[in-house]
Design a protein around this ligand. Structure first.
Ligand SMILES: O=C[C@H](O)COP(=O)(O)O
Length: 249
């Protein structure tokens, strides 16, 4: 059985003090991790303090990015091994903002996924999509190729530690979520691709999230779908009470 996940992605928001204050406000009100997994991805500078504040609670702390080497002359990058050793559980990789603003290719993302897994982290791998592709009918080809390239060379054991997130660009930060059927189709395409690459059992074990303008108003409808195992939430995860409402949807 796949345990659903509610994951917040704060992006480049919150100071260290604000991050810790948020964790302290929510940590005692979360369900057990075996019923519903809760995770918060914060800015790199906040991660250790967030982890320390969350110790003893079910909340898992996630990085928003990491590099594909554990150490070396890579000024400004973050080591996946150092993240793992600091108690960080997940790392978001391949977010559309990383692909668009920082020119991350599928090849780089594939290297990062392998390095994160080897270090002990559980990647949350994002797959974007555009309305243009959807109108042109090429979204199936696009999504399938992202998964084939990003997950290339991963073992079945590896892929079961990866969570995927279907995040259409037109829905990210716009207030206009994909409708539940579009969201479900994106997640279904990812699962079918994993089934093709491995087998049905493996695909049935992998968790696939939807992300893009998830709110307290639409979360129930989005998650009430057998192909959607949870949500990756940006803007609506920035307020602790709203995050708790999402968790208790
Ligand atoms: O990672 C989260 C997504 O980019 C969604 O962001 P949003 O909920 O602000 O649309």
């Amino acid at each position: 059985m796949r345990v659903p996940i509610i994951a917040g992605n704060w992006k480049m928001h919150k100071t260290v003090a604000e991050s810790v204050d948020f964790v302290n406000q929510v940590k005692d009100q979360l369900p057990p991790a075996n019923e519903l997994e809760t995770a918060l991805a914060g800015p790199t500078l906040s991660l250790v303090s967030m982890h320390n504040a969350a110790i003893g609670s079910p909340l898992k702390i996630a990085a928003e990015n990491c590099y594909y080497q554990n150490e070396g002359a890579y000024t400004g990058e973050t080591s996946p091994l150092a993240l793992y050793q600091a108690g960080i559980h997940h790392v978001i990789l391949g977010h559309s903002e990383r692909r668009r603003y920082f020119h991350e290719t599928d090849e780089i993302i594939n290297k990062k996924i392998k390095a994160a897994l080897a270090a002990g982290l559980c990647p949350i791998v994002c797959c974007d999509d555009t309305m243009g592709r959807r109108v042109a009918g090429s979204q199936v080809h696009w999504v399938v190729n992202r998964i084939l390239l990003d997950a290339q060379g991963l073992s079945a054991d590896d892929i079961c530690r990866v969570t995927f997130a279907y995040e259409p660009n037109w829905a990210i930060g716009t207030g206009q979520s994909a409708d539940p059927s579009q969201a479900a189709e994106g997640c279904y395409l990812i699962r079918q691709t994993i089934s093709y690459m491995y087998n049905r059992d493996v695909a049935d074990n992998v968790r696939i999230l939807y992300g893009g303008s998830v709110t307290t108003d639409n979360i129930h409808q989005l998650m009430n779908n057998r192909d959607i195992d949870g949500v990756l939430v940006g803007g609506a995860s920035l307020d602790p009470q709203t995050f708790l409402q999402l968790v208790n949807h």
